[in-house]
Ligand binder design. Structure first.
Ligand code: ASP
Ligand code: MG
Length: 285
């Protein structure tokens, strides 16, 4: 088993997704067992955060954000899917969007968006992203399936920054992966509590999802596909001499993160480290 995780910029639009699909296909040619973890398209979680405020202050602007999210996903589907596959996929996106619209309406009526509702609202970013990617991937890898991580990552009820229950999650992940065949496209960032309510793992939590799933399945490797050349000595946007580091231990990576190297957060590495699953950081671009 090998986990490939793609961040928001890697899945931002149809053009980027074509490259992601090519990367997955290439990997599938040399590895028999793959799973993919994805973030929301870049900017979407920030938009959903804005949405949570607008629900109370400006319902029509809130509706606009929902409409834009629908259009963005329709555009991706139209560009990547054969015509015959479009109606069913667009209907599924529409049904997710309708669910989100209902939540917006409810929040606006009661004049409140709780932390719990906020996590539910956030979940649409990763759910839409993973769903459209799984549909697009099906054109090349027919057994690709959408995998909603709320079904197998269990957390406490600390909405916004929920703590993972590893004993339960590991069991659920193994069960889910043995029950469902095919290449799973897993929603990063989101999970659920014991009552089945949606939780999130904290902003930028999709890498953590990849690490949790990879560790539970004792993966051979976790590949984090992002928009920089791996772990670097400094932030290349500010330090022109920044260089890629070929290899470093988990401890060295953690130490580096204290000095501001933002590529991998220490918490993200913990599950992978416990199982000694190597993490590769690769540049989608
Ligand atoms: N979409 C979430 C965020 O922007 C999680 C992630 O990207 O890793 O925080
Ligand atoms: Mg993101």
């Amino acid at each position: 088993m090998r986990i490939l995780k793609f961040g928001g910029t890697s899945v931002a639009n149809a053009d980027r997704l074509k490259e992601v699909i090519a990367i997955i296909q290439q990997s599938a040619d040399s590895h028999s067992n793959l799973a993919v973890v994805v973030s929301a398209q870049s900017g979407v979680t920030d938009e959903l955060e804005k949405l949570c405020e607008l629900i109370i202050s400006d319902k029509s602007k809130a509706d606009e954000i929902v409409k834009n999210l629908e259009q963005k996903n329709f555009a991706i589907l139209k560009e990547l899917l054969p015509v015959a596959q479009l109606p069913a996929s667009m209907a599924e996106v529409m049904s997710m969007i309708n669910e989100l619209s209902d939540i917006v309406k409810g929040g606006s009526l009661v004049g409140e968006v709780t932390a719990r509702t906020k996590d539910l609202i956030f979940s649409f970013g990763e759910r839409l992203s993973a769903y459209v990617i799984s549909e697009a991937l099906k054109t090349k890898i027919p057994d690709a399936i959408f995998a909603d991580a709320r079904q197998f990552i269990r957390t406490d009820s600390n909405f916004g920054y929920a703590k993972v229950d590893f004993a339960t999650s590991n069991k659920l992940i193994l069960e889910y992966f043995s029950k469902h065949n095919g290449l799973k496209v897993v929603t990063g960032f989101i999970a659920s509590n014991a009552n089945g309510q949606t939780t999130t793992l904290g902003r930028s939590g999709s890498d953590y999802t990849a690490s949790i799933v990879g560790a539970a399945l004792n993966a051979q490797a976790i590949e984090i596909w992002t928009d920089v050349d791996g772990v670097m000595t400094a932030d290349p946007r500010y330090v022109t001499e920044a260089q890629s580091i070929a290899q470093l231990s988990y401890n060295e990576a953690m130490e580096l993160s204290h000095f501001g190297a933002k590529v991998i957060f220490p918490a993200t590495m913990q599950p992978a480290m416990a199982q000694q699953v190597p993490i590769w950081v690769k540049n989608t671009f």
